[in-house]
Write a protein that binds this ligand. Structure first.
Ligand code: DQA
Length: 143
């Protein structure tokens, strides 16, 4: 099974960015966690991070026919992007939405997720471990 993990804007700043909300671990630490989880689960993982909405749409389209499951933290685009929602619907690849923080306990504008409407599951507030849980879910359901 091949899993694509997509991280949206500002997640490359993990470790520097608002550590009180997102923690002190860095984006490089997150990439290590993804590799470790892939080994544990016996799957291939590819990671992609972009600060640009259209690039994320392009990557989701690229995944068609090549990737079996997507883990996506769309970051701020979660709450605004019909384009990413439509891209996920277009390719019909099972997708799990992940948020490091508990978005439900934050500002009201973070409580709407467009991207989540195309996802089979959402994991929020479990920190970096949420990515591992999302990968495990895809393996259990679709592997
Ligand atoms: C986030 C939550 C979003 O509201 C925010 O814009 C982010 C990160 C999270 O992982 O908790 O950039 O997706």
């Amino acid at each position: 099974m091949k899993i694509l993990v997509i991280n949206g804007p500002n997640l490359n700043m993990l470790g520097i960015r608002e550590p009180g909300i997102y923690g002190k671990n860095t984006f490089a630490d997150l990439l290590t966690l993804l590799e470790d989880a892939a080994k544990e689960l016996g799957v291939e993982v590819e990671q992609y991070q972009s600060n640009h909405e259209g690039d994320i749409v392009d990557k989701i389209q690229w995944a068609y026919g090549k990737i079996d499951g997507i883990v996506i933290n769309p970051a701020a685009y979660t709450h605004t992007s019909v384009a990413i929602l439509d891209a996920l619907k277009a390719v019909s690849i099972p997708a799990v939405e992940v948020h490091i923080s508990d978005v439900d306990a934050r500002e009201p504008f973070r409580q709407k997720s467009y991207v989540g409407m195309a996802c089979c599951k959402t994991i929020k507030g479990h920190g970096f471990q949420g990515y591992r849980e999302a990968m495990r879910y895809l393996v259990e359901q679709y592997g």
